[in-house]
Design a protein around this ligand. Sequence first.
Ligand code: ZN
Length: 466
Amino acid sequence: MLSKNSTAFSYSLSFYSWYNYSMEEIISLCKRRGFIFPGSDVYGGFAGTWDFGPLGVALKKKLMDEWWNYFVESRDDIYGVDAAILMNPKTWVASGHTATFADPLVECKDCKSRFRADKIADGITESVTTEEFLATHTKCPVCGKENWGPIRKFNMMFTTHVGAVLPDDDAEIAEKNIAYLRPETAQGIFTNYKNIVDTIYPTIPFGLAQQGKAFRNEISPRDFILRDRECSQMEIEYFVHPNTWEENFESLRAAQHDFLENVIGLPADRIHELEVPAEDRAHYSKRTIDFMFDYPNGEEELMGLAYRTDFDLSNIARESGKSMDYRDKVTNEVFVPHVIEPSIGVERLVLAVLSTAYTEDEVNGEKRVVLKLPENLAPFRFCVSPLLKNKPELVAKAKEVYDMLRKKYTNVTWDDSGNIGKRYRKQDEIGTPKCVVVDFDTLEDNTVTVRDRDTTEQIRISIDQL
Ligand SMILES: [Zn+2]
């Protein structure tokens, strides 16, 4: 539900009190328990890439499935697409990425380090000029000197060559075969608008949704999975009659809050809407709200909601020579739809969920780390174990319970390692809500101990009540 008015610049330091731990502790847990590893770890890593391990991919997939279920499968007006990552290069000319998807790159003439100018100097934007940058008298973060080259525009699209291009081919052949790894999933939706309108005749307003990888050659990737070179996006392009954009914008805005707060359990008071002022918006956007989230290391963008007008469809019409008109089924009015776009980065969402769930408390005088993940996102719903692993009758009974629960819930894990206390600690750290333990009483009366992750309370219930 829409829980607050736009709270532009509601930023305050008070959120730090919500976290009694640092981002480093989350990163450490992620590696220790198999959620997220540095990309190509065995070769010493590869900057700006991260790999999801068994538990991380389980969490990420559940988040993506919840989103798909909420926005696509539970609604009559939003349809899914899954477009190719490699697209005709005209796509990026029409969208403006070839010309403007660039960051201001500056090089230190002394140590040759390269930086994004707007990230190392205060009070300047992405469109900073060399003169403006030099006037800030910024020192090189690496060598401390102030000896800068000019600002150069660095396009963040990854290029590749499609087809048989050899190293000794001339530049012209190579140039003709250049393709890009898509920098956003949105264009794969816009380029399918006409196919969808011509084949399934959706009634406006309607949306097209897509989940998939996008690639940005960040000059300096940082902040764990917040700013990586390869990420997953979940985007919806919602096509509306131009006169109705405001009401559709509001209903999509409310839906984002409902999803974030009520479906995946992010605390409403850590989500802040930032109304992007006109001078900072992309030139085609008439309104943009950034949804900011209080992460342990500060406020960062979680997702965006933008009114993109008819910018994309009109560009595609011009570049392709094909009409992007929509004919209203009732009024017969012909128009190019306008678009409202909710866009979310999956890794940012994963980190928001982990930051919210990560908790340190004390149990029996010992520090405990526990991931209080909502049940619908936890990699495992139950962990089943025999009290003792060297008693065949306990193991057999526990296997029976395990098989039964797996049939019912699928995401159930088995653990008979170490002692029971160690197993609880491990399941707490990976966020398993309930541990089910089979002991000698189970053999007598068919009851088991169910231990709750958050309260550590244990109750005795009959197996058929599980
Ligand atoms: Zn330097």
